[in-house]
Design a protein around this ligand. Structure first.
Ligand code: PEP
Ligand code: MN
Length: 338
């Protein structure tokens, strides 16, 4: 941590700051320039609250120089980690494609969609059986029945399953039916749940919270990693901003910036990211161009009658078009879409 002292600070102020830093257990290196004194506080304290120093008399600024997350950081592993999901690598040279409806609705719907997306090149079937809905009166998902239908549709078409768990009581079902457990934006900071995910044997895809900073998102990943599950991937799904023309603001910058901070793979979700069907393909192209390790996209055979998120779900033919376009982009940056 670096403490920049105010230009008009007295020697008494500076000695006071040094004493407090020592009391917190830091080694202090003082460098005194013509107009400014800077204190280097050395010591590894990931949970140190810098405000405890910021408010001392004579302090101008305090800068952290190490990240508060460890296992998720590039300092811990300075190469991208690759997560193997039953033979499908995530985070390597290939860009994985996950596709399917927002919600599993019935056997025919999930079967038709699975067959279509598999033929077009997806490796994962997405779909929710437990749905986090803003309204308690909206469709909440089919529960275990939905998981069964999804597992069968995926197996029939050689796909893996990614599906959302909303709380720890659903993890046992996830072990039975899912290949990757999705944690929704609204649960990103449900810390007790994140700790439970540390005990899961399945990989976890952690969506970014609606208003989460990169640091908060990586700290949430750290909860899962430090509780024992090393197979964590992130998912940028758009954040809440002042813009009202789109459902969310798809933060493409998250992809290169978080890649530089962390070795964890990042999947992009252009469907929730923008929330408007005819803008999903351009956002998918942008995400692949920015280096996303995968895209997760909502596709529905009859989006106008979908039980959730129909307005942002691609028609099957649009999914084919998206695949055609993102393959060209992946190729241009030396990556592959299987
Ligand atoms: C979903 O994937 O359908 C979903 C509810 O996602 P999010 O948590 O990003 O809103
Ligand atoms: Mn959805």
């Amino acid at each position: 941590m670096v403490v920049v002292v105010q230009q008009n600070a007295s020697e008494k102020d500076i000695e006071g700051i040094i004493k407090v830093l020592h009391d917190f257990g830091f080694d202090v290196h003082r460098s005194t320039g013509v107009n400014q004194t800077v204190l280097g506080a050395i010591g590894v304290k990931p949970d140190f609250d810098t405000r405890q120093v910021e408010l001392l008399p004579g302090v101008a600024h305090v800068y952290r120089i190490t990240e508060p997350y460890k296992l998720a950081s590039r300092t811990f592993l300075n190469e991208k980690s690759v997560i193997d999901v039953g033979g499908v690598p995530i985070g390597g040279d290939t860009v994985v494609v996950m596709a399917g409806p927002c919600s599993v609705e019935n056997e025919r719907q999930i079967g038709v969609i699975a067959e279509h997306v598999a033929k077009a090149g997806a490796q994962f079937l997405r779909g929710g059986a437990f749905k986090p809905r803003t309204s308690p009166y909206a469709f909440q998902g089919l529960g275990e029945e939905g998981l069964k239908l999804m597992r069968k549709a995926a197996d029939d078409n050689g796909l893996k399953v990614i599906t959302e768990a909303m709380d720890a009581s659903q993890l046992e079902l996830m072990e039975r039916y899912a290949d990757v457990i999705q944690i929704g934006a609204r649960n990103m900071q449900n810390y007790n749940f994140l700790r439970e995910l540390g005990k899961a044997t399945k990989p976890v895809m952690l969506k970014r919270g609606l208003s989460a900073t990169f640091e908060e998102w990586l700290m949430s990943a750290e909860y899962i990693l430090s509780s024992g599950n090393k197979r964590v991937m992130l998912c940028e799904r758009g954040i809440r901003t002042f813009e009202t023309a789109t459902r969310n603001t798809m933060d493409i910058s998250a992809i290169p910036v978080v890649h530089a901070k962390s070795h964890l793979p990042i999947i992009a979700d252009p469907s929730h990211g923008i929330g408007i069907r005819d803008k999903v393909i351009p956002m998918a192209r942008a995400a692949v161009a920015a280096g996303a390790d995968g895209i997760i996209v909502e596709v529905h055979n009859d989006p106008d009658h979908a039980k959730s998120d129909g307005a942002q779900s691609l028609f099957p033919a649009q999914f084919d078009e998206m695949m055609k376009q993102v393959r060209v982009i992946a190729d241009a940056i030396g990556r592959k879409i299987v």
